[in-house]
Design a protein around this ligand. Structure first.
Ligand code: BTX
Length: 325
């Protein structure tokens, strides 16, 4: 399997140019017959490979799958996504990532599943995760930061996802504090940051990203039909989940590095640029109370500051935000 995957990567990197069987045989230290067998395996998995006499093998199409062989060859990261666990179905990639994190897998390990049977949002809410239509991904990070800074990673992840969507699809989503990414006011991505910690601090941050890529309206459950959208619905044509995954990992690695080196200020600036929340009247529903006021800013810790009509400023750590008007 490893050779088959590497061969797929080699053909992807050739970017539509033919590579001769002999050359592949030499590079991989195997016979030309063995090369041919691996090519057949790839074709059976849905890779379109044409073979032209005297020229070689050309990759003309790859299956729309998020397996490592399809994602990793063109990955532009140093660490993120280099360890990648792929599943065709699971309850929740968060559960798998929590288990992996305890086995000391490296920083930037990624779990991807084509479908989740019990995808989750914040506060044990459900996350709709139709088979093959979205990106259901958890990323294990091991940043050396104090516990109370962990929520900032939700904002780092949000900025990374928005940049990736812009780059790959040309769409321009906005962010609703703290973790919703919206297109025309409808949610196309949710982010869930969880952590494992002990007396020494953070052992792992598990960043869950649920991105609606290619759903049609009927792919959403009745509960979310009115509030959800997908990139395909907005753009009018299918989007590449593979490119989106690579781009999200690229920006997440980049912005995490900037954050570690320079602090939260640069991230905050980008986040504010994408935010629909700041400067607007909002209603914040929390576990015990509801507040109405103007969302003034976020603090350096990522805490939302709401000014109520009595002039008081309230720091909000966790809430559901409704935009008023
Ligand atoms: P949240 O609590 O902010 O949002 C959950 C709410 O969003 C739900 O109650 C529902 O109203 C709505 N919703 C559910 N599914 C969808 C959907 N597909 N599109 C739009 N709206 C929806 C958001 O939590 C965090 C979601 C993280 C999901 C990822 S997927 C990979 C990882 N694994 C996992 O189980 N969760 C994360």
């Amino acid at each position: 399997i490893i050779v088959t995957n590497k061969l797929a990567g080699r053909l992807m990197e050739a970017d539509g140019e033919p590579v001769s069987g002999q050359q592949l045989a030499d590079e991989f230290g195997i016979s030309r017959t063995a090369v041919w067998k691996h090519i057949k395996d790839l074709q059976e998995k849905g890779y379109e490979i044409s073979s032209i006499k005297k020229k070689g093998y050309t990759l003309t199409g790859i299956p729309d799958s998020l397996e490592a062989a399809a994602i990793q060859p063109l990955l532009k990261t140093v660490r993120y996504g280099k360890t990648l666990e792929y599943l065709s179905s699971c309850e929740s990639t968060q559960i798998i990532a929590h288990q992996l994190a305890q086995q000391l897998v490296p920083d930037g390990t990624v779990v991807l599943s084509e479908e989740q049977t019990a995808g989750r949002g914040r506060m044990a809410r459900k996350w709709d995760s139709a088979h093959g239509k979205g990106i259901w991904m958890s990323i294990i990070l091991r940043p050396d930061i104090p516990l109370q800074r962990a929520p900032q990673f939700t904002l780092i992840a949000a900025v990374s996802v928005v940049r990736a969507i812009e780059e790959v699809t040309g769409l321009n989503p906005d962010i609703k504090w703290p973790n919703d990414i919206l297109l025309n006011g409808k949610k196309c991505t949710g982010i869930l940051t969880e952590l494992q910690s002990d007396a020494d601090g953070i052992q792992a941050l598990i960043i869950g990203i649920g991105l609606n890529a290619n759903q049609e309206m009927e792919d959403f459950s009745d509960e979310v039909k009115d509030i959800a959208t997908s990139l395909k619905l907005k753009k009018g044509s299918p989007v590449s989940r593979q490119e989106l995954v690579r781009s999200i990992l690229y920006y997440l690695e980049l912005y995490t590095a900037i954050y570690i080196d320079e602090g939260f200020a640069a991230i905050k600036l980008m986040w504010e640029g994408y935010s629909t929340t700041i400067g607007k009247p909002v209603r914040a529903r929390m576990a015990k109370e509801t507040l109405e006021g103007i969302a003034e800013s976020i603090t350096d810790e990522g805490v939302l500051q709401i000014r109520t009509p009595d002039g008081k400023l309230h720091g909000i750590y966790s809430a559901d935000i409704e935009m008023k008007n």
